[in-house]
Design a protein around this ligand. Structure first.
Ligand SMILES: *Cc1c(COP(=O)(O)O)cnc(C)c1O
Length: 428
């Protein structure tokens, strides 16, 4: 599939049926797989042969869909997980164990922030947060001898900062560690971080990839470029024998292209069990088949709505990297030349009260905690996800009380703008 363009890969990547086989990805709704001899099965358990034996580790439907995402991102191997949270945890824990340390952009999804700032420290993994706008010098200063990975988001949810991927990757490599990036909001249609030096790409497929709010899921893709054996002392899990697999050394047996995902599947999925159901993988693939068409419309709607909002007297500020006035406009021109995503945030004059009244007036755009699907929705963090904070605390967290996060769906942008217009009129 590498010879085809991304639009074609969205439609036909991953699954290539043979003569007389189903045209659509088959849903292999089976927990187990049958073998003629225990010797055959033994080879699978020893990782001597590839094949399926239990769906907690691997399932053919999942693999078809994971392979499509690997092709979209330009990676060598991929796996699906039950959620985006599982994808980020597995990607990090695969290289960073008790005693390790992560350098992480502070502008990331709230769930990932909790995972890295609260839960992983309980496993003996420390973190240093850096600004997404950190200079090379500031990034270098965050490293320690026990640093095992650098983490960030292409377009951060919900702050909408855009990361300088090349810089983060370069600094990670100078310190001999991989750069792991969550590419959920951009999707490979609008940004392929591997082309800019990223080593591992993660996704919450729950968002644009599924795109219809149908199923929770995640994905991990390996670029297949990081030389684990060159940094043997840092990554014993990949570079020394695994006793639970008869002494296999992943980096030796599966090379740069396969070691990361094989270990992540054989160890973490086996032991922690966060597999995506084959049924959800099927829904995910239906979403992927139109991802290139939908992302274009999401970004067009985001741009049109951001431009409309920027002209309204009721609006104090608009955050959208497609606006020339945006702090990340230049970075976005480099990494997202064909557009970003459909999520726009804006602050209303009049704070919490104005935001509540404004949102109450919306007819087409619904109030939801979700983002990034076909139907437009919005949220006021001050009265929902962050309601425990005072106005002063909100201001300090960079989430002013009057902030509205708006996820532009696939509707006609003129209808979205008219809905916003009538809600503004309602404020008076
Ligand atoms: C939603 C989200 C996640 C978490 O994904 P789930 O599928 O909800 O577990 C991780 N990263 C980003 C950027 C997200 O938007």
């Amino acid at each position: 599939m590498s010879e085809y363009r991304i639009n074609t890969k969205c439609v036909q990547g991953g699954y290539r049926p043979g003569n007389g086989e189903p045209r659509q990805v088959p849903i292999i709704q089976s927990t187990t797989f049958k073998y003629d001899t225990s010797e055959d099965m033994g080879k699978l358990f020893d990782l001597e042969a590839s094949g399926y034996f239990y769906t907690r580790l691997q399932n053919p439907t999942n693999d078809f869909v994971a392979n499509k995402i690997a092709e979209l991102e330009g990676g060598t191997a991929a796996m699906l997980t039950s959620s985006g949270q599982a994808a980020n945890f597995f990607a990090l824990f695969n290289v960073c164990e008790n005693g390790g340390h992560i350098v992480c952009s502070s502008s990331i999804y709230g769930g990932t922030f909790n995972l890295i700032a609260v839960t992983m420290p309980k496993m003996g993994i420390e973190v240093t947060f850096v600004s997404p706008d950190a200079t090379e010098e500031e990034l270098n200063a965050a490293f320690r001898p026990n640093t095992r990975a650098v983490f960030g988001e292409t377009i951060a949810n919900p702050a909408l900062t855009v990361l300088d991927i090349e810089l983060f990757a370069k600094v990670a490599h100078e310190h001999g560690v991989p750069f792991i990036i969550d590419n959920t909001f951009a999707t490979p249609v609008h940004c392929r971080p591997i082309e800019w030096g990223a080593d591992i790409v993660t996704h919450s497929t729950t968002k644009y990839m599924d795109g219809h709010g149908a199923g929770v899921g995640g994905c991990i893709v390996d670029a297949g470029k990081f030389d684990w054996m060159a940094h043997k002392d840092k990554f014993p899990g990949l570079c020394t024998p695994d006793d639970s697999y008869h002494g296999i050394t992943y980096a030796e047996k599966f090379g740069k292209e396969g070691a990361f995902i094989t270990k992540c599947t054989a160890q973490l999925m086996r032991d922690l069990g966060s597999i995506q159901s084959p049924q959800n993988a099927f829904y995910l693939n239906l979403g992927l088949e139109s991802l290139h068409v939908r992302m274009k419309r999401h970004a067009e709607n985001g741009q049109a709505v951001a431009e409309f909002l920027a002209k309204r007297p009721e609006v104090k500020t608009v955050t959208y990297s497609g606006l020339p006035s945006d702090k990340y406009y230049k970075v976005a021109q480099k990494y997202l030349p064909e557009g970003g995503c459909g999520v726009v945030s804006f602050e209303l004059n009049g704070g919490r009260e104005a935001a509540e009244k404004f949102m109450k007036g919306l007819k087409l755009i619904a109030i939801e905690t979700h983002v990034a699907d076909a139907r437009s929705c919005c949220l006021n963090p001050a009265t929902s996800t962050h309601r425990q904070l005072t106005d002063k605390q909100l201001e300090e967290a960079g989430i002013p009380a009057g902030l509205v996060r708006l996820s532009c769906g696939l509707e006609d942008s003129r209808d979205l703008i008219e809905d916003l217009e009538q809600a503004f009129a309602n404020l008076k």
